[in-house]
Design a protein around this ligand. Sequence first.
Ligand code: ATP
Length: 232
Amino acid sequence: MTEALRLDRVTAGYAGIPAVRQLDLRLAQGEILALLGPNGAGKTTTLLTAAGVIRPMAGTVTAFGRPLRRRLEQNAHAGLVLVPDTRGVFHNLTVRENLALVRGWRAGLDRTLELFPALDPLMSRRCGQLSGGEQQMLAIAKALTGRPRVLLIDEMSMGLAPIAVRALLPSIRTLADRLGAGIVLVEQHIDLALSIADRAIVLHHGRVVLTGTAAELRADRHAVAEAYFGTS
Ligand code: ATP
């Protein structure tokens, strides 16, 4: 499989203070990597660094076999797309208007609605009148219209009821399988994340404390709990 994203010995943070240290990460096309860890572990910092929003203090980020470009939109054009945890949808606009903000949206619309058919009857509705789960679906749909090859998804279940998360997560698996997109998924619901991921990394205090296949981590909950709450 083609390597979609690669972080080598990356140290990154804010105002010269590292929030992640010496991080190695590999992501293949079509693969879902769950990025787990307690609050403040460095998950969002990792995603922002992978997307080129934060420049690493040390180490390298490589997407599709070449170093990240300096300008964010160049990386976005190459297919590296960040879905922020703030959802990135405009409440005063309708679903259609939100989708129309993305360049080339018409070409991708049919495919987007095929993947998220629940959005079709909502196209004329203002986003402020959507449920949290529907808004999240729209945020991912917006990212899809840009034809991503790598999706970096931050806490998409934030503020959602578990039942809404359970309904949404399988569509992420579909994106990886059908589009061949590589996906890094930051997720608080560990079991749900592991149920759709191929592999997982657990961060604690900015360092990788556990990695494995999703099946390995599902089978060893003790190791996962230790990685979350242990002192390592
Ligand atoms: P959460 O699950 O709570 O969102 P996280 O694992 O995504 O946490 P980060 O948001 O990456 O963690 O934060 C890692 C560390 O960097 C924390 O100590 C946090 O306080 C710090 N940090 C995050 N954003 C900033 C910022 N803009 N300026 C300074 N420090 C920051």
